[in-house]
Ligand binder design. Structure first.
Ligand SMILES: Nc1ncnc2c1ncn2[C@@H]1O[C@H](COP(=O)(O)OP(=O)(O)OP(=O)(O)O)[C@@H](O)[C@H]1O
Ligand SMILES: [Mg+2]
Length: 266
């Protein structure tokens, strides 16, 4: 179900044309995103270990199915299906039932990390790296068509990307993946690990952040003696955004963002 929002320009005087949004349904997050992610785009979720990347992306899929009637696919590069289902059931999210009803697909792409050195397709011998990207793209295409997915998650792309130490190769691999995701026609989230400090400290911008259509960062900010979980939208094409880091919490209901609260960092 498409949601359309009128976007105010920054001065508030003119209005940008209506843009289709994909609401996340995550409390507080749609407010920061002017209604949701731009439909059909590929968004990168960057975060350190345990910051909630898998929970946030799964909540996006669950809300899509339950609230907006949009089927979803989860492509996992680090977890088995049984492990994932068990973890998500702790939040009351029964993906197994939705899979049986053909509303959800789990694509286990973790074996792609353990490919042998060279693979033969027909007569052509291709390297392990190219094969893993090709298989991933093929798997995404087939499964999303089968369930008519409107939302797709790839979690996490870090190990795939790191197979390419050469910048030119890495850029091509990321662009191939982004292209394949765009071709599904779905609104897509890919996750990647944060490889430097949070928003308060200068960090190295990763190549994939330039190539994705939008970037959201999850990190920990030190406020006095305590650490706070903070979410920051770094960029989002076709969307006026709130760029302030905003606190979020993880509980038994999943993620909740507090779009009106400010983090004071010393
Ligand atoms: N019921 C809960 N209440 C509060 N926090 C929780 C609850 N369940 C999980 N968490 C928090 O969520 C974190 C895990 O979230 P998630 O697996 O989505 O993170 P991630 O960013 O995907 O991590 P990784 O880098 O390991 O893949 C845990 O570190 C824990 O702090
Ligand atoms: Mg994870």
């Amino acid at each position: 179900m498409a949601e359309r929002y009128e976007l105010q320009t920054q001065s508030g005087k003119g209005k940008m044309p209506m843009v289709d949004r994909t609401p996340t349904g995550i409390p507080g997050l749609d407010e920061i995103l002017s209604g949701g992610f731009p439909r059909g785009r590929v968004i990168l979720l960057v975060g350190g270990p345990g910051t909630g990347k898998t929970i946030l992306t799964s909540q996006f899929l669950m809300n899509g199915i339950k609230t907006y009637g949009e089927n979803g696919a989860f492509v996992s590069l680090d977890e088995s299906k049984s492990h994932y289902y068990r973890e998500m059931a702790l939040f009351g999210w029964k993906f197994e039932e939705l899979e049986k009803g053909k509303k959800f697909a789990f694509i286990n792409a973790s074996p792609l990390r353990h490919m042998p050195g060279e693979v033969k397709i027909g007569r052509q011998a291709i390297g392990r790296k190219d094969f893993s990207i090709l298989s991933l793209i093929e798997g995404i295409k087939t499964h999303t068509e089968l369930i008519n997915a409107k939302r797709v998650v790839v979690d996490p792309v870090t190990s795939l990307i790191f197979q390419y130490p050469e910048m030119v190769e890495r850029r091509t691999a990321i662009l191939d993946l982004v292209d394949a995701l765009v071709k599904t026609g779905s609104t897509c989230l890919m996750t990647t690990e944060l490889r430097a400090m949070g928003p308060t400290v200068e960090r190295a911008i990763q190549l994939e952040e330039y190539l994705a259509h939008g970037v959201v960062i999850l990190s920990n900010a030190k406020v006095g003696k305590t650490y706070n979980r903070v979410l920051q939208v770094e960029k989002m094409r076709e969307t006026p955004i709130d760029m302030q880091p905003r606190p979020y919490k993880i509980s038994g209901n999943g993620i909740e963002v507090f779009p009106k609260e400010t983090i004071f960092v010393d």
